[in-house]
Ligand binder design. Structure first.
Ligand code: NAP
Ligand code: FER
Length: 338
């Protein structure tokens, strides 16, 4: 009997993934082994890093095997607990397959407490992207009052939080995003000092107009946007390299010395970051972000795609800029009313 559906990696994509990358299978609901819970997935996160897991060869994460289930962050409702330490109806978050039902070790599940905000925020502003923004801004980019701070991917899950944290720190934040609607959201609602639509405007020329060079660059995208920011780094600039989504679908990366000479001139510091390195401090980040949201000092948006079967489109949309804020997939309605 098939009473569950689950996505598997059908084949490794070359370049941009397509529908042929994903295989939605009718499967059985698994039985929880001792110490495990059976969970019903409510919201699934799709994230840029998943593109990396589709390619062979390890980077910061193990690749998925062909035929393996796709996996990612998910907010779920516990259906049955086989000594997992949860009650039926509890809301939890964990790394799970792209499926309607799944089992997980109790120790791999975390209770969700979003303090009255929708549970989906456990995948966004109060989850991994929010924490990335918090630590990347605070520990790596370190914006200071009056700094000119540029954020790329500024209307996305990470970037929208980074920019607001920068403004709260007193920096003048310039967001770079891919549509006028996104740019208006950044300046009119989120309090960014300025925003540049990289798809329509010359990023370098506009930066020269709106900013006095770049003291801090929080890079979510890489590619030509980053090239334009790079040549405007001020002396003692700091660059936080968080993501390079513009390159994730490339089969070959550009090689050779690029624009490193600028780092000598600017005596700049460039540092990559991985949110997992801050795991012992995740609670601090979530509490801080939740208190900012509650105080009205931090806004967030979510783009919700309905239905597990549409998860591939939601994922592919990240590379087309179809999301504003955090992209999630709604798989089911909570039943327990918790
Ligand atoms: P997101 O920003 O919500 O979604 C991706 C956005 O990237 C899209 O909405 C799109 O917006 C933009 N984009 C896509 N292709 C682009 C291109 N060729 N050039 C410029 N922009 C492009 O995703 P997220 O989850 O917040 O992640 C943002 C970045 O942070 C990603 O690179 C991700 O890999 C990285 N990240 C890193 C860590 C870490 O620990 N290092 C953790 C989380 C995320 P536009 O409309 O503006 O094009
Ligand atoms: C991303 C999401 C998460 C990403 C990296 C991570 C570089 C890493 C998380 C971790 O393992 O700490 O989009 O892109």
């Amino acid at each position: 009997m098939s009473d569950n559906r689950r996505f598997h990696l059908a084949q490794r994509p070359e370049g941009v993934p397509s529908a042929a990358t994903f295989d939605l299978r009718e499967v059985e609901r698994p039985d929880p082994a001792p110490g495990e819970a059976l969970v019903r997935v409510l919201y699934l996160s799709v994230d840029p890093y998943m593109r990396d897991r589709m390619r062979a060869g390890e980077s910061y994460a193990q690749p998925w095997g062909v035929d393996d289930p796709l996996r990612g962050g998910a907010v779920c409702e516990v259906v049955e607990s086989n000594g997992a330490g949860f009650e039926p109806g509890d809301t939890v978050v964990g790394e799970l397959p792209w499926a309607e039902y799944a089992t997980a070790e109790g120790s791999d599940l975390t209770p969700v407490d979003t303090g009255g905000l929708p549970v989906s925020t456990a995948l966004g502003v109060l989850g991994m992207p929010g924490r990335t923004a918090y630590f990347g801004t605070r520990e790596v980019a370190e914006p200071k009052a009056d700094d000119w701070m540029v954020v790329s991917g500024a209307a996305g899950a990470v970037g929208s939080v980074v920019g607001q944290l920068g403004e709260l720190q007193g920096a003048n934040v310039v967001g770079i995003a891919g549509s006028d609607e996104k740019c208006d959201w950044l300046t009119d609602d989120l309090g960014f000092t300025a925003a540049i639509n990289y798809k329509r405007e010359d990023v370098g020329a506009r930066l020269d107009e709106v900013a006095d060079g770049v003291d801090v660059y929080y890079d979510n995208v890489g590619g030509p946007v980053t090239d334009a920011v790079w040549s405007r780094l001020n002396v003692d600039a700091r660059v936080a390299v968080c993501g390079q989504i513009a390159l994730y679908n490339d089969e070959e990366l550009p090689t050779g010395p690029r624009k490193l000479g600028k780092l000598i001139e600017a005596r700049a510091r460039v540092e990559g970051l991985l949110v997992r390195d801050f795991a012992p401090r995740f609670r601090e980040a979530t509490e801080h972000l939740a208190s900012l949201v509650a105080a009205g000092d931090l806004q967030y948006r979510e783009t919700v795609t309905e239905g597990l079967e549409h998860a591939p489109e939601a994922f592919l949309g990240l590379f087309e800029g179809e999301n504003v804020g955090k992209q999630v997939v709604k798989v089911a309605e909570a039943e327990a009313g918790k």
